[in-house]
Design a protein around this ligand. Structure first.
Ligand code: ADP
Ligand code: MG
Length: 404
């Protein structure tokens, strides 16, 4: 699979029926086979600002914490877009506030987060841009709940617990159907663990043991021009939302089964679910203009994997000195920081995750980080570390009271 930006140039389209087993007949539409297709829409030339959005979500106390009367130390002010950590330990008082682009408190519903923060990004993807949404935070704070949540739909209706991915899939299909567009879509789902890539959708591995599945890394390659692609990654061509939900469920189940086998595997790995959409825009002479956009949805490894010294040192610690698991998280923070600061050097090459996502980070793309925290007093250190990381990734200006 290519992770390189497609060059804007006009090409003729080979529209052939796809042999994909997932194809459902759509007599009213022409089906576009995305394989070998190149984007040639001029929209890719649009001049745009680097756009990085940092969102904070604080989950509610969960049942076990309520049972144990766990004290809370977080208060969220959604209007002021501010989070405050307040705690007295012995004779030391902690009182720090952090500002973000958006703040969602414990009562925020999945739908509200999607409608306010994610839906505009998905519209950009449909316009032909590459966008990436990350969930970043300590294990147990709601990254997977936020990204996936309940992926099963009842009679076509999404559950109230459905997370970003099922909602994005729904929005994409609803929009394309409403536009009566000729389109095609392909999906990949991979996992990055210890800087090794595993394909969560690989077909030929179905009858192998979980151990074997975990052992089959695929490689990140560079072509002669420095473009990055993943060799050996399965691309599933899909024509309905339910096919995507099934693939998501299949890949997630693979991650969960690895969890029972390898202690806390999923908390130490990143998963990247990518949807690439090709839409026919217009016909010019005998050529067809195709716009294509890609949406990457990334459930990052638990932020507790960053050194206990916390995010304060993130931007000083050299990536090479950090462990393999930390490397991607640390580099991601630096890459986003470099993009926001318009630095001449963006250290994409320092980790596999950032190399992999290079065509969807910076430049003409939108990036969103959803930082997740727990309100529990027991998570103080990790919560401060997450807030520091998210805040420092994008020092949000015009808030003098922030980060005091
Ligand atoms: P992570 O992926 O960060 O390790 P999970 O998404 O698995 O965390 O969430 C941990 C637990 O908290 C799960 O039981 C999940 O259902 C619950 N949870 C997380 N966020 C919320 C939320 N906003 N509302 C209700 N429950 C939540
Ligand atoms: Mg998780």
């Amino acid at each position: 699979m290519s992770f390189t930006p497609d060059q804007p140039r006009k090409i003729g389209l080979g529209i052939t029926p796809s042999p994909s087993p997932f194809l459902t007949p759509r007599p009213e539409r022409r089906r576009i086979d995305p394989r070998g297709l190149e984007c040639n829409s001029s929209r890719q030339d649009k001049d745009r600002e680097v756009n990085v959005q940092v969102i904070l979500r604080c989950r509610p106390l969960i049942d076990e914490e309520l049972r144990l009367n766990t004290p809370k130390l977080i208060s969220c002010n959604e209007q002021r877009r501010e989070v405050t950590v307040l705690q007295s330990i012995a004779n030391k008082q902690i009182d720090r506030s952090f500002a973000f682009d958006k703040v969602f408190g414990p009562k925020a519903q999945q739908r509200s987060i999607y409608d306010h923060a994610i839906s505009p990004i998905v519209n950009e993807v449909l316009e032909g841009f590459n966008c990436t949404i990350f969930a970043y935070g300590q294990t147990g704070t709601g990254k997977t709940y936020t990204m996936e949540g309940e992926t099963k739909s009842k009679g076509g209706d999404l559950s109230a617990d459905a997370g970003v991915i099922p909602r994005a899939v729904r929005q994409i299909f609803d929009t394309l159907e409403a536009q009566k567009a000729d389109y095609s879509m392909k999906v990949t789902f991979l996992e990055l663990y210890n800087e090794e890539i595993t394909d969560l959708l690989a077909h030929e591995e179905h009858n192998k043991s979980v151990e074997d599945k975990q052992k089959k890394p695929i490689s990140l390659m560079e072509d002669g021009k420095g473009a990055v692609f993943v060799r050996g990654l399965e691309e599933e061509i899909v024509y309905s939302a339910s096919e995507i939900y099934n693939l998501l469920e299949q890949g997630s189940a693979r991650r969960r089964s690895a969890d029972t086998l390898l202690n806390k595997h999923s908390s130490r790995s990143h998963s990247v679910f990518s949807i690439t959409i090709h839409v026919k825009e217009a016909t010019v002479g005998d050529e067809e203009l195709i716009k294509c956009g890609k949406l990457n949805l990334v459930d990052l490894a638990g932020s507790e994997n960053i050194s206990r010294s916390g995010a304060r040192e993130i931007f000083q610690v050299r990536a090479r000195e950090a462990g393999e698991i930390n490397k991607s998280l640390l580099t991601l923070g630096r890459v986003i920081n470099a993009l926001v600061e318009h630095s001449a050097h963006v250290p994409y090459r320092d980790s596999k995750l950032t190399r992999l996502l290079r065509d969807s980070l910076g430049g003409k793309t939108k990036t969103c980080i959803i930082a997740t925290i727990s309100p529990s007093a027991h998570c103080l250190e990790e919560t401060l570390s997450t807030l520091d990381y998210a805040y420092r990734a994008k020092s949000i200006k015009n808030k003098p009271e922030a980060n005091k």
